[in-house]
Design a protein around this ligand. Structure first.
Ligand code: GAL
Length: 683
């Protein structure tokens, strides 16, 4: 058996649902997969009733047969816990396991992910089914890995059941110990929300204004993440008892209200992601002028890398998207299936499993196409998978290589969750995050997301020449200390408007702004304002270059001898007021910029800080192509991905070894539409 996702190779797999097909088809399906280069199948994630058809009655015959056949054929299997879809007998008898909407109405059987993480009954039933599955199948030789559940928090990332309220109270008691402390943190004296008993507290409920105490909501998101994480750990601890030591534990997808760093630490060996770049062409919301489209998925893959530097793709798009009720997107065009596979690999995926083998002929996902259509006939997409598997033979040496970047975008869950509910925060953040991604892509500047975690030190930040922490509205002394150490040691940190005005509860601080960041940035903010529509766009001038200070303007003053005003607002009510300050701090520099970052703004920062186009002396390529770098044992691999439906001209300014064409290349090269090249730098 070949191990997956651990430097041994880059492999193909597929999602398969033996329960959707006549058993007579299994052998032929497996043979055809193997012939196409697919060596692993993921199974069983929605199949609880095939193991426990009635409460307390167990049968293993179905998956025993499939697993034995897989073993006989030499097909590896990723086996799943089936908890994403509780059976009808369970939800009917124990309705308290169901999730509810904000008004407390239960989500009923008939779709999926209708359970809540906190129901004691569901936890008990989960323990039971996971114990039965893992103890029975854990030693099966065909199995190489385990997937927990399916896409935690997909479909719904809010939980409002009675069990959630009970668990929320326990979570808060642990966090605050006393009601006085909770009342203080939540500012409940405002609008007379003061609590006198823990039983008066609920998960957010509908209110007269449709607005719930923001500090309560922030804690609620923390609570949801805590619930998912403890539920995942409950499963992982059981699977770990029975699985073979070499088999991995994963879960798939990335969704909101989950601290994935914690999940990897507590429960997983590796994270796998479900990548559907075709959403970039979705009919509802498709913007044909958007230069990114399917390329936005590189942002998601960068998020996956931040959790799991090497990862797998558990579901990689292989056909048209669509439920019978929503999410229509066209079939991947010839070449795009390969492009999207390579996009995942460029970012660090060492296992690619397509969703799904054959398109289902019944149910909600009849339009969510797999490699094969309903009939299973040979088709163009299967031919493309075969071609991918041929190409992968030349990429095997890259397995385990890490994506490398010199620019980091700093994030943390407190600010992410604060921005989910706070409009001022989310407006500046979404503009800056979008612009940073687009411009870093277009200037071929690889970047990482870097999460601030408790107990981290600045060591892990030192690999970055420049860090953007665009709108850290919430700051803590611990995080500031880490950032100060990073800058003092020679790093460059760029912070944007609205930094430092909230504490961990989301309450505004009474300090002079930017609060805890004032010392590092040498900045004082005597006044601030939203950009008024009649003054848009507000521009800033920095050494003769003009660019936008979008959405919001902090009006700055320099504080301290090491701080220098680099730019001022150029017109409107705040003309000539400082807008950009650089503070020399230790061996490095901290920049405070008074606006949100528009695309032209990001370009200026990347150029002035000297980090744009880091491979400009080796390769030049058009904006429509992505450049990514993976590195292992001193060997560096450049991925060039052409997202356009037209040829791209690129120029190699040094001799590079082309892994697909098996020769050194230099000079002008033509990349076909949706084409991909992988070059090794050096021998
Ligand atoms: C994923 C999910 C799969 C399938 C697919 C297509 O989110 O994990 O089970 O539903 O999307 O909708």
């Amino acid at each position: 058996m070949r191990k997956l996702i651990n430097e041994t190779g880059i492999d193909l797999g597929v999602c398969y649902y033996p329960e959707h097909w006549d058993r007579a088809l299994w052998a032929e399906d497996l043979d055809r997969m193997l012939e196409a280069g697919i060596g692993t199948v993921r199974i069983a994630e929605f199949a609880w009733s095939l193991i426990e058809p009635r409460e307390g009655e167990y049968t293993y015959e179905f998956f025993d047969s499939f697993l034995d056949l897989a073993q006989q054929k030499g097909m590896q299997v990723i086996f799943c816990t089936p908890t994403a879809t509780p059976p009808a007998w369970l939800t009917e008898k124990y309705p308290e396991v169901l999730n509810a909407d904000m008004d407390g109405h239960l989500y009923r059987h008939g779709s999926r992910r209708h359970y809540n993480y906190n129901s004691p009954v569901y936890r008990e039933k989960t323990r039971n089914i996971v114990e039965k599955s893992a103890s029975h199948y854990g030693s099966h030789p065909a199995i190489v890995g385990w997937q927990l559940d399916n896409e935690f928090n997909c479909e719904n990332d809010n939980f409002f059941s009675d069990s959630d309220t009970a668990a929320f109270r326990r979570f808060l008691q642990e966090r605050y110990q006393t009601l006085e402390a909770l009342n203080e943190a939540w500012g409940t004296v405002f609008w007379n929300q003061t609590y006198t008993e823990w039983e008066e507290i609920y998960v957010p409920r509908r209110t007269n204004t449709n607005s719930v105490n923001p500090h309560q909501v922030l804690d609620y998101y923390r609570f949801v993440s805590d619930s998912v994480n403890s539920y995942a750990k409950l499963q992982a601890d059981i699977v770990r008892k029975y699985k073979k030591p070499e088999d991995f534990i994963t879960t798939n997808g990335m969704f909101s209200n989950i601290d994935y760093q914690r999940m990897v630490r507590e429960s997983l060996d590796v994270l796998t992601y479900d990548s559907y770049p075709d959403f970039g062409y979705a009919l509802d919301g498709y913007n044909s002028a958007d230069p990114m489209k399917d390329r936005w998925w590189s942002r998601n893959l960068a998020e996956v890398r931040a959790v799991s530097p090497n990862f797998g793709i558990m579901e990689q798009q292989s056909g048209a998207n669509g439920w019978n009720t929503r999410m229509e997107a066209p079939s991947p065009r010839p070449g795009q299936l390969t492009l999207w596979t390579m996009q995942s690999i460029a970012h660090g995926a060492d296992y690619i499993s397509y969703f799904r083998w054959r398109t289902c002929t019944f149910g909600t996902e009849i339009y969510w196409h797999g490699i094969l259509d309903y009939s299973g006939r040979e088709n163009r997409r299967l031919r493309e998978v075969r071609e991918v598997s041929e190409k992968l033979k030349f990429l095997q040496e890259i397995a385990g290589a890490k994506y490398v970047a010199k620019v980091g975008i700093v994030k943390d869950y407190d600010n992410i969750w604060d921005a989910r509910q706070d409009r001022w925060h989310s407006r500046v953040d979404s503009v800056s995050q979008d612009a940073l991604f687009v411009v870093l892509q277009q200037t071929h500047t690889p970047f990482d997301y870097v999460y601030m975690e408790n107990h981290m030190d600045s060591e892990s930040l030192k690999q970055y020449d420049v860090l953007f922490y665009p709108h850290a509205c919430i700051l803590t002394e611990e995080r500031m200390k880490v950032l100060e150490d990073y800058v003092a040691a020679g790093g460059k940190l760029v912070m944007g408007c609205r930094t430092g005005y909230k504490d961990l509860s989301g309450r505004c601080v009474m300090d002079y702004l930017p609060g805890l960041a004032a010392k590092l940035t040498g900045t004082d903010i005597p006044e601030y304002s939203f950009v008024a529509p009649d003054e848009r766009p507000v521009t800033v001038e920095w050494e003769g270059t003009k660019f936008e200070a979008a959405v919001f303007n902090d009006l700055l003053a320099s504080a301290g001898d090491s701080a220098q005003v680099l730019g001022t607002y150029t017109a409107g009510s705040y003309a000539d007021t400082p807008a950009l300050i650089r503070n020399r701090f230790g061996r490095g520099e901290a920049y405070y910029f008074g606006g949100a970052f528009a695309e032209d703004t990001v370009r200026v920062f990347l150029e002035k800080l000297g980090v744009a186009e880091p491979f400009g002396d080796i390769i030049s390529l058009p904006e429509g192509c992505e450049l990514a770098l993976r590195e292992k044992d001193g060997r560096r691999y450049l991925f060039v991905l052409n997202y356009k439906a037209e040829q791209a001209e690129i120029e190699l300014k040094a001799k590079l070894y082309d892994l697909f064409n098996h020769r050194e290349e230099a000079g002008r090269q033509t990349l076909e539409k949706y084409g991909v090249r992988v070059y090794r730098i050096g021998i």
